[in-house]
Design a protein around this ligand. Structure first.
Ligand code: 5GP
Ligand code: MN
Length: 341
């Protein structure tokens, strides 16, 4: 649905009433949180704080350290580390907001059952396709924005007018910037730039934020990137795809920290003639898959058809419970089939 249609007066009013009457608002997002997940939930918490509303953010597992500069990031509850606190906080919630994920399924093993069984009013704010609206009392979901952070800005501007201060603007900018790869994909929406100009007016220093986001890597991380490109990238010129695979041992060798592989997959698309790319990383008993496309090849459909995953048309993810070798075999076979047809 178009943005105008999801921000209907009555629905927005209903949401405002819920918020104004809420004693405890809880905001959650997806596993392996990225810049848009953390940016959007903290934007909400900082907006609520300015309005005198009580809220707290919970994430399933830790987020990349470069996001520590965002206001209130130190107060995020990490469910994997503090399961009891996460449970008690959700038990006490009267409004529960899910950001940047199309379903509670994406909040992982610990949070999903807590969220689903919660008696709180459930709200969705998201930009993925096919949102599970039946799980929510109210859903604000459209793929016609760059990011959930952008959509959050539009929603709360509609509710309360000018909601920006520098800290909130930084959260929103971080979400937009990271979900568009610094304005290189999902960034053909005119409105995104109108919003960015408002963020600049509110005090965002884009050079400073680009430094925080892209130039605070550890030496290990940069060397892991080099290793991935040199030793672990397979390129299939005939079908126009490339992928990088990293085993548990590879990650250990570079002392892997959460977020270290973010962005690596994009390099697979930087070669002429390569339009579909993947990154496969081995985690405890499973393979995480990141899929990217830069043509009309629909990686959301590919991920959901073959690996029960999903996301967006040009950026999707999935988990495989098979070995790396078998996952690669299945992925290549399916890619070749789909690219031919
Ligand atoms: P990434 O490759 O950056 O992890 O994810 C790309 C996009 O796909 C993100 O928008 C993310 O939310 C979505 N995504 C990643 N993994 C999964 C998954 O296992 N299931 C679904 N439905 N979406 C996913
Ligand atoms: Mn997002």
């Amino acid at each position: 649905m178009k943005v105008e249609n999801i921000l209907q007066k009555e629905t927005v009013q209903e949401f405002e009433n819920l918020l104004n009457n809420a004693r405890n608002i809880v905001i959650v997002s997806h596993v392996n949180p990225d810049g848009d997940a953390v940016g959007s939930i903290l934007a909400l918490q900082n907006i609520f704080q300015n309005k005198g509303l009580n809220s707290i953010c919970i994430l399933p597992n830790i987020f990349p350290h470069y996001l520590n500069f965002l206001k209130n990031s130190e107060n995020i509850i990490i469910a994997e580390k503090n399961q009891l606190q996460a449970q008690q906080t959700i038990d006490n919630a009267d409004v529960l907001i899910l950001c940047d994920a199309s379903s509670f399924k994406r909040t992982g093993e610990i949070l999903e059952p807590l969220c689903k069984s919660s008696k709180a009013k459930k709200i969705l704010i998201d930009h993925h396709i096919n949102p599970a609206t039946e799980e929510f009392d109210l859903a604000f979901a459209t793929p016609y924005v760059s990011s959930t952070s952008e959509l959050s800005f539009l929603l709360f501007e509609k509710i309360w007018g000018n909601i920006l201060d520098k800290a909130i603007a930084e959260c929103i900018y971080t979400g937009i910037c990271t979900d568009t790869g610094s304005f290189s994909y999902s960034s053909n929406f005119e409105n995104t730039y109108i919003i960015v100009s408002k963020l600049l007016k509110a005090g965002v220093d884009t050079e400073q934020l680009h430094y925080e986001i892209y130039n605070t890597y550890s030496e290990r991380r940069v060397r892991l990137l080099g290793f991935s490109l040199c030793n672990r990238m397979v390129v299939n010129q005939k079908y126009g795809y490339a992928y990088i695979y990293l085993s548990k041992e590879d990650l250990q060798q570079f002392d892997y920290q959460e977020g270290d592989t973010e962005g690596i997959v994009n390099y697979t698309l930087s070669m002429t003639g390569i339009n579909v790319g993947a990154l496969l990383t081995e985690r405890e008993g499973k393979i995480r898959m990141s899929l990217r496309s830069q043509t009309n090849f629909d990686v959301n459909r590919f991920a959901s058809t073959y690996f029960s995953g999903g996301g967006h048309i040009k950026a999707s993810g999935a988990t495989s419970y098979d070995s790396m070798e078998n996952t690669i075999k299945k992925m290549e076979k399916s890619l070749q089939k789909e690219i031919c047809s």
